[in-house]
Design a binder for this molecule. Sequence first.
Ligand code: SDX
Length: 395
Amino acid sequence: MSTQLYVTSVEEMQAAKRQATQVHDGLKGVTVGETRLSQVDGEHGKLCYRGIDVGTLAEKSTFEETIYLLWWDALPTAEQLATFSAELAERRALAPDIHRLLQVLPGAAEPMDALRTAVSALTCTVDDDGDRCHEASVKTAMALTAKLPTITTAYYHYLNDEESIPPDPTLGHAANFLYMLHGERPTEMESCAMDVAMLLMADHGFNASTFAARVTSSTLADLYAAITTAIGTLSGPLHGGANRRAMEMLLAIGSADKAEAYLTSALAEGQRIMGFGHRVYRHVADPRSHTLRRMLYKLCEQHQRMDLYELAGAVADLMATKKSLYPNVDFYTAPILYLLRVPLTLFTPVFAISRIPGWTAQVMEQYANNRLLRPLARYVGAEHRAYIPLDRRRA
Ligand code: SDX
């Protein structure tokens, strides 16, 4: 073999070895699979569900219709939507055992922990026959989507030594959540705001909690296991936990004129400003934030809280100026939930009850064309280490 050919092949082997062990920190920019659910365009700041722009869906569709679109890749006819919505509503009630579980959880467990525990417990109420076909999975997805709002509100009432409020089958999904929380039927505007917020959180590509659910389901574990994984993953402050912290920040700032001082100090301390930045929308605003900001304006007008709208706007403007960071889905969702009188402790559970259609759709997509998700790791630890017998070890 000539020297030239030999050098090339050694270089190639070394390059191949480097490539094979190249670490993509946080999987940033790494494409690990295909999907037909959400198109998350980080370059142009666009988001589509099954090819339909989410801004259009938020304006013309509903959460129930969007669930149908995600699960069946088609917009339902009026009759299909009515049947689907009724079937969803029929499944909202919880078995007595689940109520008892929520009432005996030790101490004041975080609502996300209670939600995750209850979903795990739901597994015990069904027999898993191992069937992972779309039809079987949709049945489970319906049950989970219908019951998560009931679990969330029931637990919240038990935490406050109150009776839970049974679901109202005559109300839509979003309106029923507010009804079970407050014990009164929401206004048209409140129902619409909740519905839009839930619709915009329904799915979002391979975000951390969705990818975690796909990893779980890639082992052919059941849908309850995958959703338990997703809920646990969503609870982190860098993901679903950001909405609550964004609202706590707005309450701490208090008014628009105080935003500059607060942010300057927080950023100087190296703090992450919750509700800003995104792994995919790096140099553009999260497309969902435009609709959410408009919805916040309407709610603030109705509640005579334009001060809150101005405060949020001031923070967003300052973050753009100071850090070239833009609101993600959590930033404007936070004051919307606040004006809908959702307790701060339920902000992240609201993200979960909104994302469950996407999580389940993504798991169904994984089941339909499954390959075990098992990436590599580059080993950087000790090598060729001798074993030292116990009696010869010294501290
Ligand atoms: C969601 O992925 C999804 O799709 C998620 C989601 C969905 O629908 O499922 O969109 C929902 O989780 C939205 C994100 C909610 N989280 C937050 O709002 C928490 C605050 N944001 C950040 O922690 C951060 O922006 C992330 C976690 C969202 C993204 O982090 P990346 O992509 O890992 O970016 P990075 O941490 O490498 O930051 C790059 C730079 C850093 O500066 P340097 O250290 O290089 O100087 O930007 C800075 C960061 O310090 N930065 C921030 C910041 N976000 C990034 N600085 C201050 N405040 C922030 N919020």
